[in-house]
Design a protein. Structure first.
Length: 388
């Protein structure tokens, strides 16, 4: 590379965004090196990069495959096939061993981890969605790195409700949406999206950036099944489409590229970049508005209006005047000022009757008044969109 090219490259990288809340998805093939056991050297490299970013003030999450492969190794091939009961047995055996590996590796860096096993049904239920979002954000605020996987032990493909994600690529996109991530990084053995399958065509070219995910791009994904896991390029493209529509920049990159996570977090161009097609605020605002019932309203005083609009604060009980309509915890409600002009909407931590009981009170009185405590906030700032 010439000096001019190096200068141009540095300039381009400096103009790229610096990401602060990052979801990293690591695929089975990467974590096992296409073998039947965990590649601890590779895991150590990934953990080291995540730890480095965590110490630099970033908030990091890992969506990790590998439990089924670990279970298959432990049972030494006793369980064969891809049907649901076999996967559930393998996941049940392997999940603990996978988490143990992460715990030990992060412990060397002095960073705690927490396991989160999710199903699609957890996210479709309003209470489940709220609890998951609040828990994950709480872990991030506490400096804990969530290790997330689909709960294969209870997820059943045959259920008509579509309770499974089907792959951790999709799960990672949904998690990135839930926590309002800045960047989703999907790491695998392949360096990114190519014009053709690079394993079959030596002339295949890496595509550095995809502005729009259309049918032509989707056709480059090929089959979605691999030998070790359930994901492939096709599922990664589906996940990228979901994440970018939620306001999350997405990158598909090779996990064996030196310091890939750190470099991507600083905006360096690696793999294939899929820029967000909307802002996170716009995406969240559209989602909340589409699910909001305007008859479900919390009326707040002028002091609360200033706290929400000017200072990006959470809505606390002292600022609540009254509620209008009947709603339940986890519902999306309208928040209006004394003049009944809408200023925000958000996910409520308490139902309407509970809010009426604690309105004008200090947050410390919530538990004594209600007999339970879902948080000091009526609506947390992370679950709210300011509309005025």
């Amino acid at each position: 590379m010439s000096q001019n090219q190096q200068t141009a490259s540095m300039s381009d990288n400096q103009s790229q965004p610096r990401y602060n809340r990052i979801v990293v998805k690591a695929g089975t093939t990467l974590l096992t090196g296409s073998t039947d056991r965990l590649d601890l050297e590779m895991m150590s490299s990934l953990v080291g990069q995540v730890a480095r970013l965590q110490f630099a003030g970033r908030q990091m999450m890992i969506v990790s495959s590998g439990a089924v492969a670990v279970g298959r190794k432990i049972l030494k091939g006793q369980q064969q096939g891809r049907d649901v009961p076999v996967r559930q047995v393998l996941a049940a055996v392997g999940q603990g061993r996978l988490l143990q590996a992460y715990e030990q590796l992060f412990d060397w860096h002095g960073i705690p981890v927490a396991q989160a096993l999710l199903t699609r049904r957890d996210l479709s239920d309003r209470h489940g969605y709220l609890n998951i979002r609040n828990t994950l954000l709480g872990l991030l605020d506490a400096g804990v790195i969530p290790i997330i996987n689909e709960n294969d032990v209870v997820a059943v493909d045959e259920l008509s409700g579509g309770e499974v994600f089907g792959d951790n690529d999709t799960l990672s996109a949904m998690v990135a949406n839930i926590v309002d991530a800045d960047l989703l990084v999907m790491l695998g053995e392949v360096e990114g999206l190519y014009t053709r399958d690079p394993h079959l065509d030596p002339d295949a070219k890496l595509i550095p950036k995809v502005e729009r995910l259309n049918d032509e791009v989707g056709a480059m994904g090929g089959p979605s099944w691999s030998d070790m896991g359930r994901g492939g390029m096709a599922t990664k493209l589906d996940a990228a489409k979901l994440a970018t529509a939620s306001g999350v920049d997405t990158v598909i990159a090779g996990g064996r590229t030196s310091n890939a996570i750190v470099r991507l977090a600083d905006g360096e161009t690696l793999g294939t970049h899929f820029p967000a097609t909307t802002t996170r605020v716009e995406s969240r605002k559209r989602w909340m508005l589409s699910h909001m019932d305007e008859s479900d309203t919390i009326v707040v005083d002028q002091g609360a209006v200033r706290a929400l609009v000017s200072h990006n604060r959470s809505l606390l009980p002292p600022g609540v005047v009254e509620t209008l309509g009947e709603f339940r915890r986890g519902d999306i409600v309208s928040i209006v000022g004394p003049d009944r002009e809408q200023i925000a909407c958000g996910i409520t931590n308490y139902d309407s009757q509970e809010i009426d009981k604690i309105s004008q009170m200090r947050s410390t009185a919530i538990n004594d008044t209600l007999g339970h405590h879902y948080g000091d906030e009526v609506v947390h700032r992370d679950n709210m969109v300011i509309l005025s």
